[in-house]
Design a protein around this ligand. Sequence first.
Ligand code: RET
Length: 236
Amino acid sequence: MAPPGAESIWLWIGTLGMTLGMVYFIASGWNLRDPEQELFYVITIFITAIAAASYFAMATGFGLTEIEVAGETLDIYWARYADWLFTTPLLLLDLALLARADRNTIYTLVGLDVFMIATGLGGALATAAVVFRLTWWGISTAALLFLLYFLVRSLDELSGGLPAEVSTLVNRLQNLLIVLWIAYPVVWLVGTEGLGILPLYWETAAFMMLDLSAKVGFGFVLLRSHSVLDAATDIS
Ligand code: RET
Protein backbone atom coordinates (compact mmCIF):
# COMPACT_ATOMS: atom_id res chain seq x y z
CA MET A 1 0.00 0.00 0.00
CA ALA A 2 1.31 3.44 -0.95
CA PRO A 3 -0.36 6.83 -1.18
CA PRO A 4 -1.58 7.60 -4.72
CA GLY A 5 -0.07 10.64 -6.43
CA ALA A 6 -1.69 13.38 -8.52
CA GLU A 7 -3.39 10.68 -10.64
CA SER A 8 -5.84 10.16 -7.77
CA ILE A 9 -8.08 12.84 -9.29
CA TRP A 10 -8.87 10.44 -12.16
CA LEU A 11 -9.46 7.60 -9.73
CA TRP A 12 -12.00 9.68 -7.80
CA ILE A 13 -13.72 10.65 -11.07
CA GLY A 14 -13.81 6.93 -11.93
CA THR A 15 -15.32 6.10 -8.52
CA LEU A 16 -17.99 8.74 -9.00
CA GLY A 17 -18.73 7.79 -12.62
CA MET A 18 -19.10 4.08 -11.83
CA THR A 19 -21.30 4.85 -8.81
CA LEU A 20 -23.56 7.15 -10.82
CA GLY A 21 -23.78 4.55 -13.60
CA MET A 22 -24.70 1.87 -11.07
CA VAL A 23 -27.39 4.06 -9.46
CA TYR A 24 -28.78 4.92 -12.89
CA PHE A 25 -29.03 1.24 -13.92
CA ILE A 26 -30.63 0.31 -10.57
CA ALA A 27 -33.20 3.09 -10.91
CA SER A 28 -34.04 2.35 -14.54
CA GLY A 29 -34.46 -1.39 -13.89
CA TRP A 30 -36.39 -0.99 -10.65
CA ASN A 31 -39.89 -1.70 -11.99
CA LEU A 32 -38.91 -4.38 -14.43
CA ARG A 33 -40.81 -7.66 -14.03
CA ASP A 34 -39.57 -9.81 -16.91
CA PRO A 35 -36.93 -12.15 -15.37
CA GLU A 36 -34.96 -12.50 -18.61
CA GLN A 37 -34.69 -8.74 -19.03
CA GLU A 38 -33.87 -8.40 -15.36
CA LEU A 39 -30.82 -10.59 -15.86
CA PHE A 40 -29.22 -7.99 -18.17
CA TYR A 41 -29.76 -5.38 -15.46
CA VAL A 42 -28.38 -7.60 -12.69
CA ILE A 43 -25.22 -8.31 -14.69
CA THR A 44 -24.70 -4.68 -15.71
CA ILE A 45 -25.35 -3.37 -12.18
CA PHE A 46 -22.74 -5.78 -10.78
CA ILE A 47 -20.24 -4.66 -13.43
CA THR A 48 -20.52 -1.03 -12.29
CA ALA A 49 -20.63 -1.95 -8.59
CA ILE A 50 -17.42 -3.98 -8.80
CA ALA A 51 -15.72 -1.17 -10.73
CA ALA A 52 -16.87 1.48 -8.26
CA ALA A 53 -15.36 -0.56 -5.40
CA SER A 54 -12.13 -1.10 -7.32
CA TYR A 55 -11.81 2.61 -8.16
CA PHE A 56 -12.43 3.48 -4.51
CA ALA A 57 -9.71 1.00 -3.52
CA MET A 58 -7.28 2.63 -5.97
CA ALA A 59 -8.19 6.23 -5.07
CA THR A 60 -7.57 5.54 -1.37
CA GLY A 61 -4.27 3.76 -1.98
CA PHE A 62 -5.39 0.28 -0.95
CA GLY A 63 -5.36 -0.93 -4.54
CA LEU A 64 -1.81 0.26 -5.12
CA THR A 65 1.47 -1.54 -4.64
CA GLU A 66 5.10 -0.76 -5.42
CA ILE A 67 7.44 -3.14 -7.19
CA GLU A 68 11.04 -2.86 -8.22
CA VAL A 69 12.11 -3.60 -11.79
CA ALA A 70 15.70 -3.10 -12.93
CA GLY A 71 16.46 -0.79 -10.01
CA GLU A 72 13.42 1.38 -10.63
CA THR A 73 10.31 1.59 -8.45
CA LEU A 74 7.00 1.20 -10.25
CA ASP A 75 3.56 2.06 -8.88
CA ILE A 76 1.21 -0.74 -9.85
CA TYR A 77 -2.53 -0.45 -9.39
CA TRP A 78 -3.26 -4.15 -8.91
CA ALA A 79 -6.94 -3.50 -8.10
CA ARG A 80 -7.55 -2.90 -11.82
CA TYR A 81 -6.88 -6.55 -12.52
CA ALA A 82 -9.17 -7.70 -9.68
CA ASP A 83 -11.89 -5.55 -11.23
CA TRP A 84 -11.26 -6.77 -14.80
CA LEU A 85 -11.07 -10.40 -13.70
CA PHE A 86 -14.75 -10.27 -12.77
CA THR A 87 -16.17 -7.50 -14.93
CA THR A 88 -14.79 -8.50 -18.34
CA PRO A 89 -16.42 -11.98 -18.17
CA LEU A 90 -19.66 -10.27 -17.12
CA LEU A 91 -19.48 -7.90 -20.10
CA LEU A 92 -19.00 -10.86 -22.41
CA LEU A 93 -21.90 -12.62 -20.72
CA ASP A 94 -24.17 -9.64 -21.38
CA LEU A 95 -23.33 -9.78 -25.07
CA ALA A 96 -23.42 -13.58 -25.33
CA LEU A 97 -26.84 -13.80 -23.67
CA LEU A 98 -28.18 -11.11 -25.96
CA ALA A 99 -26.96 -13.12 -28.97
CA ARG A 100 -28.32 -16.37 -27.45
CA ALA A 101 -24.88 -17.99 -27.50
CA ASP A 102 -24.63 -21.60 -26.34
CA ARG A 103 -22.81 -22.72 -23.23
CA ASN A 104 -19.60 -23.82 -24.94
CA THR A 105 -19.24 -20.47 -26.67
CA ILE A 106 -19.71 -18.66 -23.35
CA TYR A 107 -17.18 -20.89 -21.58
CA THR A 108 -14.62 -20.40 -24.34
CA LEU A 109 -15.00 -16.62 -24.26
CA VAL A 110 -14.81 -16.45 -20.47
CA GLY A 111 -11.85 -18.85 -20.37
CA LEU A 112 -9.84 -16.81 -22.87
CA ASP A 113 -10.78 -13.65 -21.04
CA VAL A 114 -9.69 -14.87 -17.59
CA PHE A 115 -6.44 -16.14 -19.12
CA MET A 116 -5.88 -12.71 -20.71
CA ILE A 117 -6.36 -10.80 -17.45
CA ALA A 118 -4.32 -13.28 -15.37
CA THR A 119 -1.36 -13.14 -17.77
CA GLY A 120 -1.71 -9.34 -17.90
CA LEU A 121 -1.39 -9.31 -14.11
CA GLY A 122 1.71 -11.50 -14.49
CA GLY A 123 3.18 -8.79 -16.71
CA ALA A 124 2.27 -6.04 -14.26
CA LEU A 125 3.82 -7.76 -11.25
CA ALA A 126 6.84 -9.50 -12.83
CA THR A 127 10.03 -8.08 -11.38
CA ALA A 128 12.60 -10.08 -13.32
CA ALA A 129 13.50 -8.20 -16.48
CA VAL A 130 11.55 -5.77 -18.63
CA VAL A 131 11.68 -8.25 -21.51
CA PHE A 132 9.78 -10.81 -19.40
CA ARG A 133 7.14 -8.24 -18.55
CA LEU A 134 6.73 -7.59 -22.27
CA THR A 135 6.53 -11.33 -22.94
CA TRP A 136 3.57 -11.56 -20.54
CA TRP A 137 2.04 -8.65 -22.40
CA GLY A 138 2.47 -10.56 -25.67
CA ILE A 139 0.82 -13.68 -24.24
CA SER A 140 -2.08 -11.66 -22.88
CA THR A 141 -2.51 -9.75 -26.15
CA ALA A 142 -2.50 -13.01 -28.12
CA ALA A 143 -5.35 -14.22 -25.87
CA LEU A 144 -7.24 -10.98 -26.57
CA LEU A 145 -6.85 -11.41 -30.32
CA PHE A 146 -8.08 -15.03 -30.14
CA LEU A 147 -10.97 -13.89 -28.00
CA LEU A 148 -12.02 -11.15 -30.42
CA TYR A 149 -11.68 -13.47 -33.42
CA PHE A 150 -13.79 -16.12 -31.70
CA LEU A 151 -16.34 -13.52 -30.60
CA VAL A 152 -16.79 -12.10 -34.10
CA ARG A 153 -17.05 -15.58 -35.63
CA SER A 154 -19.61 -16.80 -33.08
CA LEU A 155 -21.75 -13.67 -33.18
CA ASP A 156 -21.70 -13.72 -36.96
CA GLU A 157 -23.06 -17.27 -36.96
CA LEU A 158 -25.71 -16.46 -34.38
CA SER A 159 -26.94 -13.18 -35.80
CA GLY A 160 -28.79 -14.89 -38.67
CA GLY A 161 -31.23 -16.46 -36.22
CA LEU A 162 -31.98 -13.23 -34.36
CA PRO A 163 -34.68 -10.62 -35.00
CA ALA A 164 -33.28 -7.75 -37.08
CA GLU A 165 -33.25 -5.16 -34.28
CA VAL A 166 -31.52 -7.57 -31.90
CA SER A 167 -28.84 -8.43 -34.40
CA THR A 168 -28.28 -4.69 -35.03
CA LEU A 169 -27.80 -4.15 -31.30
CA VAL A 170 -25.46 -7.15 -31.02
CA ASN A 171 -23.45 -5.72 -33.89
CA ARG A 172 -23.24 -2.27 -32.35
CA LEU A 173 -22.13 -3.65 -28.97
CA GLN A 174 -19.62 -5.97 -30.62
CA ASN A 175 -18.01 -3.08 -32.51
CA LEU A 176 -17.91 -0.93 -29.39
CA LEU A 177 -16.30 -3.77 -27.48
CA ILE A 178 -13.64 -4.44 -30.13
CA VAL A 179 -12.56 -0.79 -30.42
CA LEU A 180 -12.42 -0.24 -26.66
CA TRP A 181 -10.81 -3.54 -25.66
CA ILE A 182 -8.01 -3.23 -28.21
CA ALA A 183 -7.05 0.11 -26.65
CA TYR A 184 -6.22 -1.52 -23.28
CA PRO A 185 -3.03 -3.36 -24.28
CA VAL A 186 -1.92 -0.24 -26.18
CA VAL A 187 -2.28 1.97 -23.08
CA TRP A 188 -0.53 -0.70 -20.98
CA LEU A 189 2.34 -0.97 -23.45
CA VAL A 190 3.01 2.76 -23.75
CA GLY A 191 2.22 3.36 -20.06
CA THR A 192 4.32 2.84 -16.95
CA GLU A 193 3.85 -0.95 -16.88
CA GLY A 194 5.40 -1.26 -20.33
CA LEU A 195 7.66 1.15 -22.17
CA GLY A 196 7.05 4.13 -19.89
CA ILE A 197 6.30 6.63 -22.66
CA LEU A 198 3.01 7.74 -21.10
CA PRO A 199 3.34 9.02 -17.50
CA LEU A 200 1.21 7.44 -14.76
CA TYR A 201 -1.00 10.54 -14.56
CA TRP A 202 -2.14 10.24 -18.20
CA GLU A 203 -2.20 6.47 -18.17
CA THR A 204 -4.63 6.57 -15.25
CA ALA A 205 -6.80 9.10 -17.10
CA ALA A 206 -6.81 6.91 -20.22
CA PHE A 207 -7.77 3.73 -18.34
CA MET A 208 -10.50 5.64 -16.49
CA MET A 209 -12.07 6.88 -19.72
CA LEU A 210 -11.83 3.42 -21.29
CA ASP A 211 -13.35 1.79 -18.20
CA LEU A 212 -16.26 4.25 -18.07
CA SER A 213 -16.98 3.76 -21.79
CA ALA A 214 -16.60 -0.04 -21.68
CA LYS A 215 -18.86 -0.40 -18.64
CA VAL A 216 -21.28 2.51 -18.28
CA GLY A 217 -21.35 3.40 -22.00
CA PHE A 218 -21.73 -0.24 -23.03
CA GLY A 219 -24.42 -0.82 -20.36
CA PHE A 220 -26.29 2.25 -21.48
CA VAL A 221 -26.37 1.15 -25.13
CA LEU A 222 -27.48 -2.34 -24.05
CA LEU A 223 -30.21 -1.36 -21.61
CA ARG A 224 -31.65 1.81 -23.12
CA SER A 225 -33.90 0.01 -25.56
CA HIS A 226 -36.48 -2.10 -23.77
CA SER A 227 -38.24 -2.98 -27.00
CA VAL A 228 -35.08 -4.59 -28.35
CA LEU A 229 -34.51 -6.47 -25.09
CA ASP A 230 -38.13 -7.57 -25.34
CA ALA A 231 -37.51 -8.98 -28.79
CA ALA A 232 -34.26 -10.59 -27.61
CA THR A 233 -35.92 -12.39 -24.70
CA ASP A 234 -39.08 -13.39 -26.55
CA ILE A 235 -37.35 -15.87 -28.82
CA SER A 236 -37.70 -19.30 -27.36
C1 RET B 1 -3.96 -6.01 -20.17
C2 RET B 1 -2.48 -6.38 -20.05
C3 RET B 1 -1.74 -6.30 -21.29
C4 RET B 1 -2.31 -7.13 -22.38
C5 RET B 1 -3.80 -7.05 -22.47
C6 RET B 1 -4.58 -6.49 -21.48
C7 RET B 1 -6.02 -6.39 -21.76
C8 RET B 1 -6.95 -5.83 -21.03
C9 RET B 1 -8.32 -5.66 -21.38
C10 RET B 1 -9.10 -5.12 -20.45
C11 RET B 1 -10.45 -4.79 -20.59
C12 RET B 1 -11.05 -4.18 -19.60
C13 RET B 1 -12.40 -3.72 -19.62
C14 RET B 1 -12.83 -3.12 -18.53
C15 RET B 1 -14.12 -2.62 -18.40
O1 RET B 1 -14.33 -1.65 -17.83
C16 RET B 1 -4.60 -6.70 -19.01
C17 RET B 1 -4.09 -4.49 -20.05
C18 RET B 1 -4.41 -7.64 -23.71
C19 RET B 1 -8.83 -6.04 -22.72
C20 RET B 1 -13.26 -3.91 -20.78
